[in-house]
Write a protein that binds this ligand. Structure first.
Ligand code: FAD
Length: 450
């Protein structure tokens, strides 16, 4: 017989439990569906990265990947009929849209007496699995992470050596294959499973030991830069956790904790599917916010006059990725200095990020806005100048992304207003007074708290 393996956020062949399940059916037809509901709202960066990752997967499959375009319930049923597959295999999706879609696909297949089989998820531990002592989901990270560690993660799945891939479609060069968007000067890392493995092994060897200290330095290349690979499942976190087990450094422990954050936010979204769009803590929905106007545009285009904020937003547009520390700084600036609601910032991020992910992004934004899980109180307002001076102490990060400040040496890049020729090359003046806006935010918070 033939089984269909429908790839989504699992664009790899190693450590792939759904592939193992499909192999048990006989021959395997590899399928990807370009779903207008996901493709439409995606930004060009994510589209381009996805297309490149699919090309790499197709190459690993000997050119057999079948790419179809359309409503998944329709397309998957048609393909399953065409190859007479009794079962269609997937890694389960944990997001609200994906879950709804998969239920529809499952019922469309069931009408034909076929089955959608969900094996594994993109997470170390499947969302919804970890519960507290009273059988409820956790709402705070630290106890979740304790339970996550105690639960433990499964070992990576073996790669079956006898997969008989079959193809009947037109493959990636067929008419359903979307054209790759023009990204202009924006550069993306190499896509695909092999590139992700190479990057991971380089990081294991050269980055992991110092990761605990280096991860807060946007001026250094101290993080793994694997978020896009994890997002698309070119690597499974379980593979990384198995490798980390052999390392005893503090860096390994910190890295595990970051992977746990990823699992945590997916778990939160699973338990509260509304939390991607709605306030996790509804008390904070009563704050006064400005409509995104000229100030929002200045933020998005990196011309607020605050060097670390502008560097971050320009990094976003030039490489489709921003360092975590800087994501927090620019997000805080939008919400607490410009008084624009987190949802607008979250949408802008999702448009540009190559790792754009609903759970990590929108909960990261809510965390900064003080309305999310955990103790990130609204009244903790990041000072963009001191944050810059602390985490980019030589000003190298600012100069890398803000050419108008390249003539300012050292730490002074964070305070061009104190430098005689600071504005000589067209760097904009600050659009707000941080101390004042901070007070406005705190007063409004006091009002809502009553
Ligand atoms: P590393 O430091 O090498 O971390 C390893 C992996 O752990 C990451 O690849 C990621 O998968 C995971 N991870 C690390 N930090 C977090 C975190 N805080 N939350 C969840 N997972 C984490 N991450 C995304 O993957 N997609 C997003 O859309 C996204 N949006 C964010 C928005 C805001 C406002 C904030 C504050 C954070 C956001 N993050 C997001 C989390 C984090 O910034 C990125 O995962 C990280 O910068 C990716 O770089 P890296 O792979 O080098 O990370």
């Amino acid at each position: 017989g033939t089984g269909v393996l429908w790839f989504r956020r699992d664009l790899r062949l190693h450590d792939h439990p759904a592939l193992l399940a499909a192999v048990a059916d006989g021959e395997v037809l590899p399928l990807f569906v370009v779903d207008p509901a996901l493709w439409g709202p995606s930004g060009d960066v994510r589209r381009a990265y996805l297309l490149r990752s699919l090309r790499a997967l197709d190459a690993d499959l000997g050119g057999r990947l079948v790419v179809e375009r359309g409503e998944p319930a329709e397309v998957v049923r048609t393909v399953a009929r065409r190859v007479r597959a009794r079962r269609v295999h997937v890694s389960a999706d944990a997001g609200p849209y994906g879950r709804r879609r998969d239920d529809e696909v499952a019922s469309a297949l069931a009408d034909d007496e076929r089955e959608l089989v969900r094996t594994g998820t993109p997470y170390a531990i499947g969302p919804g699995t970890i519960l507290n002592g009273s059988g409820k989901p956790f709402q705070v990270f630290t106890p979740f992470s304790r339970a996550w560690n105690e639960h433990g993660w499964p070992e990576p799945a073996e790669l079956p050596d006898d997969v008989r891939w079959v193809s009947d479609g037109e493959g990636v060069d067929g008419r359903h294959w979307p054209a790759e968007p023009d990204l202009g000067d924006l550069t993306l890392p190499d896509a695909g499973e092999e590139a992700a493995h190479d990057r991971w092994h380089e990081f294991l060897e050269h980055g992991l030991a110092d990761y605990g200290d280096e991860r807060n330095r946007p001026d250094h290349d101290g993080t793994s830069q694997l978020s896009h690979a994890l997002k698309w499942g070119e690597l499974h976190p379980r593979t990384l956790l198995a490798d980390l087990r052999r390392k005893r450094s503090d860096g390994a422990q910190t890295y595990r904790t970051e992977l746990c954050w990823r699992d945590f936010y997916a778990d939160v979204l699973w338990n509260r599917p509304d939390s991607a769009r709605e306030y996790y803590k509804p008390q904070l929905s009563g704050l006064n916010y400005n409509d995104p106007g000229e100030a929002f545009a200045a933020w998005a285009e990196g011309r607020t006059g605050f060097p670390i904020v502008d560097a971050g937003m320009r990094q976003l547009r030039s490489v489709g990725w921003v360092h975590n520390r800087v994501r927090m700084i620019v997000a805080s600036f939008l919400v607490k200095d410009l008084h624009v609601e987190w949802r607008h910032g979250a949408r802008e991020f999702l448009h540009w990020l190559r790792d754009g992910d609903l759970a990590s992004n929108n909960h990261g934004w809510q965390w900064v806005a003080g309305s999310g899980t955990d103790a990130s109180p609204f009244f903790r307002v990041f000072n963009p100048v001191t944050q810059g001076q602390k985490f980019d102490p030589e000003g190298d990060y600012v100069r890398r992304y803000v050419p108008e400040l390249r003539h300012v040496s050292g730490k002074a890049a964070h305070t061009p207003w104190d430098v005689a020729d600071g504005y000589a090359h067209g760097y904009p003046e600050r659009i707000v007074d941080h101390a004042h806006e901070r007070q406005v935010a705190l007063d409004d918070y006091a009002r809502v708290k009553g």
